[in-house]
Write a protein of this length. Structure first.
Length: 217
């Protein structure tokens, strides 16, 4: 049965996070198709991974036989995260926009799993072609034609990472205007927020089902 790697990075708990709500809809639909499958869940807000250190970084370019004890320990943590990614048949990532970018915890995870010669920069990468679905929630609107189009760095960055660097198959689901219900200045946008949320929830359930059926074929 297929394995789904589910990464959450929102600092807000379930019920208060748009990215978690949509990711949960995806995961529920996925599990309905794969009741005996495996889901590996990493909540980077509750259990952050180590930010990349000099030892962890340099160990990735050195012969393991030459690693210092510090390099060996740091690299072992990277390898654990990489192996989780390599064994996944599909990846689901909650990536809310914070200050125009992804959460630092998600950046730390990416810094650990991007390893030249293993997950990047090689045709032999085990993650090449892996389907990745990113829930890119955001408090405002940053799509083409909006006033803040030029401030959209989440999808731009993650596309460069997952497509250009890692060679995965990437799709985005984008619930936006999530601040509208809390911000009086955005009250006129609440109907658009509600429509965006419903569309994202439906897209998540549909994409998960389609992907599960594709992998099972």
């Amino acid at each position: 049965m297929a394995t789904l790697l589910h990464i959450d990075s929102s600092v807000f708990p379930a019920g208060a996070s748009a990215s978690r709500a949509v990711a949960d809809a995806f995961r529920t639909s996925w599990e309905e198709q794969h009741p005996e499958g495996t889901v590996i869940h990493r909540d980077l807000a509750a259990n952050p991974v180590p930010h990349i250190t000099a030892d962890a970084h340099t160990a990735g370019f050195a012969d393991p036989a030459t690693h210092t004890p510090e390099q060996a320990a740091a690299f072992a943590e990277r390898v654990q995260l990489i192996e989780e990614l390599e064994q996944a048949d599909a990846v689901l990532i909650g990536a809310p926009m914070y200050n125009f970018a992804i959460p630092s915890t998600l950046k730390a995870w990416l810094d650990n799993v991007i390893l030249m010669g293993r997950t990047a920069g090689t045709e032999d990468s085990k993650i090449k072609g892996t389907p990745v679905t990113v829930i890119a929630s955001r408090g405002g609107a940053y799509g083409p034609g909006t006033p803040r189009e030029g401030f959209e760095y989440v999808q731009t960055y993650l596309r460069a990472v997952f497509v250009d660097a890692l060679g995965t198959e990437l799709e985005f689901i984008v619930p936006e205007l999530t601040m509208a219900p809390q911000n009086p200045a955005m009250s006129d946008l609440v109907p658009l927020y509600e429509a965006s949320r419903e569309r994202a929830l439906d897209d998540a359930a549909t994409k998960a089902k389609e992907l599960a059926e594709r992998l099972a074929a």
